[in-house]
Design a binder for this molecule. Structure first.
Ligand code: 5HM
Length: 325
């Protein structure tokens, strides 16, 4: 059990590096593996690791969450933030396994509800329900070696206990360096969305993984992350509560995301405050604006840098040290 994801993340990485149980070579990648790893974050909002050597992409984290919640599976949006994802697409247009959005957030039954809506409703009707579970990997999913993109997550579960909304993620396989960070981020955000809908505080987040592994090629990066953790405590930034996300707000966020991605418009520290969005989501747009400037080969403007929270500024500077101060 860990108070912050920074601590959980370094503990998992250290365990994999120091005590790997197997060396695997599945699908041509050499990996070090420890089967059956679980951890719990006492407070799911402490989801962001502040480890510069990890060079996390916070723009991707927000984009992936919005892409999920919108029920999207297009590679156009998501590969702009993570170009490597384009390689996972068989048809060049969509992602099948990695796109959890359609499975969680698109209406999929005769009740006209999505799995997410159905879980929230189940908890409204029976606060002690054990049924608020969403299935991600599908029974008929092609798992042969010619399918490059099979869902790694089996499911997510919400439990409303002690007045707080807890969540559990169940994964068949998880890359401890890359996937673990992104998946914890989006799953705890989905948890927080459900908590706001239910009007209860967020509780703990538990992560269970069948095959936890690191690619052998990432070993040096892991060593650098651990050396940084050993050198002193990670910086602590306040973790603001997400205010919830209405469908109108989601729509506006996605509209602006597309405008910024296309370079068809820009936001400033001033104009963003005029948008009918809570400060929390305005920050996500400022992160996208900063990302666009970096992608276009420019430094992040001082106006945008000044409007970002210290946590966002720190994350962007860890990833692109020569673009933002
Ligand atoms: O051979 P396999 O389908 O397991 O390769 C996909 C790998 O991508 C997973 O084992 C895991 O290392 C990583 N992954 C992850 O960690 C992939 C996804 C996409 O579903 C994810 N987290 N969300």
């Amino acid at each position: 059990e860990f108070a912050t994801f920074t601590e959980a993340y370094t503990a998992v990485l250290r365990h994999l590096l120091d005590h790997p149980e197997y060396k695997t070579a599945g699908r041509g990648k050499d990996a070090l593996e420890v089967p059956n790893i679980s951890f719990r974050l006492t407070n799911a909002i402490q989801r962001t690791p502040y480890l510069a050597a990890r060079r996390a992409n916070i723009a991707f984290n927000y984009a992936e969450l919005l892409w999920y919640v919108a029920g999207r599976d297009d590679i156009t949006m998501i590969s702009y933030y993570a170009p490597r994802l384009a390689k996972l697409s068989t048809d060049g247009l969509t992602l099948t396994g990695t796109a959890y959005g359609p499975r969680l957030f698109r209406p999929d039954g005769p009740d006209g509800l999505s799995q997410f809506d159905r879980c929230v409703k189940a908890l409204e009707q029976d606060r002690d329900s054990k049924r608020a579970a969403m299935i991600i990997m599908r029974p008929h999913e092609a798992i042969g070696p010619d399918n490059p993109d099979v869902a790694c997550t089996l499911g997510l579960q919400f439990m409303l206990r002690g007045g707080r909304l807890h969540a559990t993620g169940y994964m068949r396989g998880n890359d401890a360096v890359i996937g673990l960070l992104c998946d914890t981020f989006s799953f705890t955000m989905i948890q927080e969305l459900a908590a706001r809908r239910l009007g209860v505080p967020v509780g703990s987040y538990t992560h269970h993984v069948g095959s936890m592994h690191i690619n052998v090629l990432d070993r040096e990066k892991v060593a650098a992350i651990l050396a940084e953790a050993d050198a002193g405590p990670a910086p602590r930034f306040p973790a603001p509560q997400m205010p919830g996300l209405s469908s109108a707000e989601l729509e506006l966020l996605l509209q602006w995301e597309a405008v910024l991605r296309a370079g068809a418009g820009e936001l400033t520290g001033d104009t963003v405050t005029a948008l009918p969005l809570p400060h929390y989501w305005q920050q996500a747009l400022l992160v996208f604006q900063a990302y666009q400037q970096v992608q276009a080969g420019h430094p992040v403007t001082t106006d945008i840098a000044a409007a970002l929270t210290p946590a966002h500024r720190w994350l962007l500077a860890a990833r692109w040290p020569d673009r933002i101060t």
